[in-house]
Design a protein around this ligand. Structure first.
Ligand code: ATP
Ligand code: MG
Length: 727
């Protein structure tokens, strides 16, 4: 019978609505950018809740970032009216994995208070293992092996699963052995790494079918966003949970876009999309083709670009948003990254003032999406100078600062006395006269008896194995930790944190430090304590820090976002700036070095993701000179610029009159996007310095006096000299 559509359903197109209402049985939504995949997922959850099909706690929903999870929760609240109670199982693969693992840690030999190690800890640990094997850690770098382990874990491979060839690739065939030793060591430390957050639950589900059955009953509905970027381990985990017994519907809904698969380098398997129909027979596949996000120019440009990829499932996209006033995608050239940042800053201020279209634009609606994080600094510097608010999303993280890591090591060790890595980090920080020899001695003694180092220390101070001075120092440390552990349950955790930093002498260490950074570090420590206030306990806080990947700064301030293309996935902005479209940077040199098609195609998908983040305006930049790893290099415009369609793209007039032009000047083949470099042809002369001086004047004049936005439409397929000067 036809009943009136609930509010949250109105406004959906028929395909979206089908995807929302088909809640029983497997569903795969395969659709291009901006077609409402995420919106479908959110509405689907609202629908399940509103129709009473499940409680919030019976829905498992996986997003790609913690931020996306929070946003989704808010949206669901709006849709169903009123706050959603719970939704405890809405989060990233990792955050859900850790939750499951805490409940059943003992089944894989851990205790439920296990520590989650970050990359740094992992590398340090592996280094110890390599040295313990008597191997040269210069020849066999720990970092490299950490990467290999991560790769294996992404594929769901445990030590005994890894292929013979792979195992041989490290340390003369000791790879598998080292991996096994690493896993054993993690267990002793009561710790796990990120990969384990999925691998352990998989192992648990496999060896305890009854438990898996409980989860099958618990999770009535499973939903996954950004499905194209799941890796094999995530897929195995998902399949275990979703493949409920034959007589129960497998209510799993995955949404994704093969053109936006950008984490292949981290083990993502776009083939998981193809596997879905095989593993879930009878799956309904729904395609969404109408884009609600972008103008036709933005879609046209992105679509034409991505059509250069061969390995595609193929989709169509259209939009009704056709407005003759819509701006085309605009390509700009700049001399170097400093000028690029300056020009982007100008453009942002122009939009903010409302020049051009008369509308004042909020900074929140603008984003700068970079290929590599080093590109950010220039923009940050520039915006600080301009007094323009910005936030770095997922960028240089507060919690990664030295003083924060030290403080966290203290907290970790208080909460989790078996955390030897934390112990080693702070045992002589501040300096207590416990030198390397003492630490090594402690280390060996702990290893020999398979006990935590803190415990070994506690026992050692009762003996006379150490010199009196070291013994006294160590005694004090052990005593301190005993005290702090005692206070853990009864003292307010922020207060305790403060006491720990005071009593350990850590705060004093920075107070006595005369370096220029010391005051800033003390401020950061204060900020750290402040940031703990929003948590119930120190453990809760530690867990938060180990999971939080995106640092949100000034959430409430109107600010331009700066982030990498990778972290921009799923987001949208009115105006998007895409700097650094040069060969070697974008596409990235690593992808080019790989040779094959796949690396380059992944870069192209990244470009597609970048352009399709824009609703109304998309500005692309390339520079002629860039400093990479401290060296100035003359660069060539990205091949992706050539792949943009003429009818949706304009090339900005030269912003500095002495830059020559962008015509297909010889030397770069048929390029429409020639270098903005008057000295390009005699670069052997003390090039950039001379030009640099030149530039400073030129840009000052040109940027200062610029009015409006000069745009030139260029001819297509023309080659030959078209150097021109515009103003
Ligand atoms: P991406 O592939 O980039 O993740 P997506 O397919 O998840 O994109 P959404 O982010 O869900 O797309 O939607 C894109 C934009 O279109 C959002 O602003 C969303 O609110 C809007 N939108 C989606 N469906 C509709 C609709 N039926 N009517 C109006 N707006 C819609
Ligand atoms: Mg989305």
């Amino acid at each position: 019978g036809a009943r009136p559509a609930a509010d949250y359903l109105s406004g959906l197109n028929p395909e979206q609505r089908e995807a929302v209402e088909t809640v029983d049985g497997p569903v795969l939504v395969l659709a291009g950018a901006g077609t409402g995949k995420t919106r479908v997922l959110t509405t689907r959850i609202a629908h399940i809740l509103a129709t009473g099909k499940a409680w919030p706690s019976q829905i498992l929903a996986v997003t790609f970032t913690n931020k996306a999870a929070r946003e989704m929760k808010e949206r669901i609240g709006v849709l169903v009216g009123g706050a959603v109670e719970g939704m405890p199982w809405l989060g990233t693969f990792h955050s859900i994995g850790v939750k499951i693992l805490r409940r059943h840690a003992e089944l894989v030999g851990l205790r439920s208070d296990f520590t989650i190690l970050d990359t740094d800890d992992v590398v340090r640990l592996i280094k110890q293992l390599i040295q313990a094997e008597g191997l040269d850690d210069k020849r066999w770098p720990a970092k490299q092996f950490a990467g290999m382990i991560d790769g294996w874990k992404n594929k769901g491979l445990l030590p005994h699963d890894i292929p013979e060839g792979d195992a041989r690739a490290f340390a003369n065939g000791k790879g598998r052995e080292l991996y096994a030793a690493y896993q054993a060591r993690l267990r002793t430390l009561n710790a796990c790494d990120f990969g384990d957050l999925l691998l352990h639950p998989i192992a648990i589900f496999r060896k305890t079918p009854d438990l898996l059955k409980e989860y099958h009953e618990k999770f009535r509905y499973i939903l996954v966003d950004e499905y194209q970027d799941t890796n094999t381990a995530q897929y195995m985990w998902l399949r275990l949970l979703a493949q409920r017994p034959k007589n129960v519907p497998q209510n799993v809904c995955c949404v994704g876009d093969d053109d936006q698969s950008i984490y292949g380098w981290r083990g993502a398997e776009v083939d998981n999309i193809l596997r879905f129909e095989k593993d879930f027979p009878g799956a309904k596949v729904i395609k969404l083709e109408r884009n609600y996000r972008s103008t036709e120019h933005i879609l046209g440009a992105a679509g034409h670009l991505i059509a250069h990829n061969e390995g595609r499932l193929g989709k169509t996209l259209f939009t009704d948003r056709v407005d003759p006033d819509d701006e085309k995608v605009i390509v700009h050239a700049a001399w170097d990254s400093e000028e690029e940042a300056r020009a982007v800053g100008e453009e942002i201020e122009r939009l903010q003032r409302g020049d051009g279209d008369g509308k004042k634009h909020a900074l929140n609606d603008m984003a700068i999406l970079v290929r590599a994080s080093f590109q950010m600094r220039e923009f940050e510097d520039r915006f600080v100078t301009l007094g323009l608010n910005y936030r770095v999303v997922g960028g240089p993280r507060f919690y990664e600062r030295l003083e924060i890591r030290d403080a966290m090591a203290y907290f970790r060790l208080v909460c989790q006395p078996a955390d030897d890595l934390a112990f080693e980090r702070i045992i002589n920080t501040p300096k207590r006269g416990l030198g390397d020899t003492t630490v090594r001695y402690l280390h060996d003694s702990a290893r020999a008896r398979d006990i935590p180092m803190l415990q070994a220390a506690a026992e050692m101070v009762e003996t006379d194995e150490l010199k009196p001075k070291a013994r006294k120092a160590l005694f004090d440390v052990v005593q301190n930790f005993r005290n702090w552990q005692e206070r853990l349950e009864r003292t307010e955790h922020t207060e305790l944190a403060e006491q720990i930093l005071e009593e350990s002498g850590y705060t004093d260490m920075w107070k006595n430090d005369k370096s220029a950074e010391a005051p800033g570090r003390l401020d950061n420590l204060k900020e750290l304590i402040r940031s703990m206030e929003q948590f119930d306990s120190m453990r809760g806080f530690l867990e938060h820090v180990s999971l939080v990947m995106d640092a949100e700064q000034n959430e409430n301030l109107d600010a331009v976002s700066i982030m990498t293309l990778h972290s921009a996935k799923g987001l949208e902005f009115d105006t998007v700036f895409l700097p650094g479209w040069e060969e070697g940077l974008f596409p990235h040199q690593r992808a080019l070095d790989e040779g094959g098609r796949s690396g380059l195609e992944e870069e192209r998908r990244l470009a597609y993701v970048g352009i399709t983040r824009a609703k109304h305006r998309c500005h692309i930049w390339f520079v002629s000179n860039r400093r990479i790893h401290g060296l100035w290099q003359s660069t060539m415009p990205s091949r992706f610029l050539e792949e943009l369609p003429q009818n949706h793209v304009d090339v900005a007039a030269s912003d500095s009159s002495n830059y020559g032009g962008y015509g297909g000047r010889g030397g770069y083949g048929q390029s429409r996007f020639d270098k903005a470099d008057p000295f390009a042809n005699n670069y052997s002369t003390p090039g950039w310095k001379r030009a640099q001086a030149n530039k400073t004047d030129a840009t000052r004049d040109n940027w200062g006096n610029r009015s409006g936005h000069a745009v030139e439409r260029i001819g297509y397929g023309e080659s030959g000299p078209r150097g021109r000067t515009i103003d």
